[in-house]
Ligand binder design. Structure first.
Ligand code: PLP
Length: 429
């Protein structure tokens, strides 16, 4: 099919954009599956915490590829690591050893509670690995015929079949049943729900082998875990010998002001997963565990791209930069600054904003459930003012800028949110 025919047949619905971008977007929509509801914005270039669209408009990027671009865009450390490794050796199979994989594993183990790492390419894939490991532990160590994994309502663990099943949100599961057996759900931050569920499930061949939780629920509305709850969870797991798995895909790698989300809760998981921020935007995932559950044998789990020298060298550079440049301190300070600014706005518009919450540089602004205003309304209005934000559910606006964000950039973002609130149309009040 010729390019002309394609454009003619395509339905151009977006209002703004040059002829060229309409042309590009029409082709894009013709050839790419409609799995995403996209904003009519074509991004072309990025530097630091800023990105530019194809008309040269500048945006402050408080999405960062959804908590992924740890060092922002075009960071010199990433440019160097990418360039150096692609010129040296970018991919070899796990049939052989490669040193970036070993070095990244060493860095992660030395900077966490884990003893060993497995590498893959995404958050969902990391969680799949954790689920398989927990099931094997259930069968071989706990002697459970039908191991069950408990997860939380409003959680998010990915889009593969097992991870949508683990995800405690029916909207991600609709049309994809039959789901994977062996998952049960409890309310987050509710310890009696966990105790009751274990009591009900542990009656015969089917028993709980692991509990899988986020330290802070990201997609589920930026809901921080409670310290007391997690400490009791840890105690229960120790008492009955089951595993605690933490999904650190969104909150790990410094996002909360600590390297790992679980550090905010004063506990250590047996298994945890990482992805999003780990490669600073280069695709990589990891599943780490303590030696007591390090029980995979050769051939039981694998991934073709997993742990290739390219992704590992870049992720290692990102991790070392976090440490050497004291970026966690910046995350804590900029996070406080952002929450202080948003809290002021929330007090001013207390009829519309009910809460500002979060840790470090993962923060949410929750809108009043009683009014029609949605997080998407705020995100669209902020985009028009040059600030990129992302919803975390219909009523929570999420702020997840690069971890290198500066004080003036936080101030600009706060200014724009203030402007957006002041300019809200009457019907949204
Ligand atoms: C994004 C996310 C995932 C899924 O990661 P993908 O890389 O998209 O597969 C899993 N868990 C959490 C907590 C996430 O935020």
């Amino acid at each position: 099919m010729s390019r002309e025919t394609v454009v003619e047949k395509s339905n151009i619905t977006t209002e703004s954009g040059s002829q060229m971008s309409k042309h590009d977007r029409a082709n894009f929509d013709r050839f790419v599956m409609s799995t995403y509801g996209r904003f009519p914005l074509v991004l072309e270039k990025g530097e630091g915490c800023r990105v530019w669209d194809n008309e040269g408009r500048e945006y402050l990027d408080f999405v960062a590829g959804i908590a992924t671009c740890t060092l922002g865009h075009a960071h010199p450390v990433m440019v160097e690591a990418v360039t150096k490794q692609i010129k040296t050796l970018h991919h070899v199979s796990n049939l052989y050893y490669n040193s970036p994989q070993g070095l990244l594993a060493e860095w992660l183990v030395e900077h966490s509670c884990a003893d060993r790492a497995f590498f893959c390419n995404s958050g969902a894939e990391a969680n799949e690995g954790a689920i398989k490991l927990a099931r094997k532990y259930g069968h071989t160590v706990l002697k459970i015929d039908e191991p069950v994994i408990l997860t939380a309502n409003a959680s998010f663990h990915g889009r593969t079949l097992a991870t949508i099943t683990a995800t405690g949100q029916p909207k991600y599961q609709k049309y994809f049943d039959p789901l994977v057996p062996g998952f049960e759900y409890v309310d987050y931050n509710d310890i009696s729900a966990v105790k009751n569920a274990i009591g009900e499930i542990d009656t015969g061949d089917r028993r709980v082998a692991a509990i899988l939780l986020e330290a802070l629920q990201g997609e589920g509305g930026v809901r921080p875990g409670e310290k007391e709850y997690f400490q009791e969870i840890r105690q229960i797991c120790d008492d009955i010998g089951i595993l605690l798995i933490m999904d650190e895909v969104q909150v790990g790698i410094g996002r909360t002001g600590k390297l790992w989300g679980y550090e905010n809760l004063g506990i250590e998981p047996d298994i945890f997963t990482s992805a999003k921020g780990l490669g600073g935007g280069i695709p990589i995932g990891a599943m780490l565990c303590k030696s007591k559950c390090d029980i995979f044998q050769p051939g039981e789990h694998a991934s073709t791209f997993g742990g290739n020298p390219f992704a590992c060298a870049v992720a290692l550079a990102v991790c070392q930069t976090l440490e050497q440049e004291n970026i966690l301190e910046n995350v804590q300070q900029r996070g406080e600054q952002l929450r202080a600014g948003l809290t002021e706005i929330a007090e001013e518009y207390s009829d519309k904003i009910t809460e500002v919450r979060g840790w470090g540089l993962i923060n949410g602004m929750e809108l009043n459930a009683e009014i029609p205003l949605t997080s998407a309304d705020i995100v669209k209005a902020a985009m028009a003012e040059g600030l990129l934000l992302v919803p975390a559910g219909p009523k929570v606006v999420r702020f997840v800028p690069p971890l290198i964000v500066t004080a003036p950039e936080i101030d600009s973002a706060i200014q724009i949110v203030r402007q957006v609130m002041a300019d809200l149309p009457a019907e949204k009040q």
